[in-house]
Design a binder for this molecule. Sequence first.
Ligand code: ZN
Length: 263
Amino acid sequence: MRFARFLYQNEIHWGIVDHDQVQVLRGSPFELWEVTNQRIPLSWVNLLPPCTPSKIVCVGLNYRDHARELGMPLPEEPLLFLKPPSSVIGHGQKIIYPPESNQVDYEAELAVIIKEKISRATEEEVKSKILGYTCGNDVTAKDFQKKDGQWTRAKSFDTFCPLGPFLAVDLDADDLRIELKVNGEIRQQSSTKEMIFPVPRLVSFISSVMTLYPGDVVMTGTPPGVGPLQVGDVVSVEIEGIGILTNEVVAFGPPDGKARPFS
Ligand code: ZN
């Protein structure tokens, strides 16, 4: 089952996705919910990110095929870093290319959405506290990642964390096809079975460092094929059972929300 969080007639709703329609819920998938009789065509709504995280916890190198590509040894434990909640955007929203950077890369990632508070939980315990999964793009200013020696600036620009389009529940994350396209051309293609640390291990490990709260997101690392984005590109992340997260890259513009024409 897939849930959508969306804006319709100036109100935020949750719904269940049914082909090209969404069936509106009372409540949210994080709590008790029930379906209403209201059905809206998906094309009439603005999709929002499928959660409002207090933090986004990310993992560095976590795909065996990516480690092979980089010629790096497999890590002994997950390497963690954070992205701020202010970097989150939804499907169809624009990634703003920061004027300070000269290299902005895409990274397709499976994003885990937390359902219940988790602290120092075992791999077995975390399984019932995960609500579901969405597609994520860990957009990164690669030049600042190298220059700064740590990753906060590179990973944290506004719009650098597209999440969506839907929240998929009842999904087995052990072997899902993950793919990223730029302007329709495949750049990344792998399976979540290539993960070095699978989802329960990651969530358990993170919970031993920081308490995870409902709506928090764990980004589980990217497969091989990472590369740069240019202004005007359309980037999409597709994960089996979830959907396709698509975002266009635009130049930074004035604060009226309109992008400055790129020249
Ligand atoms: Zn990443």
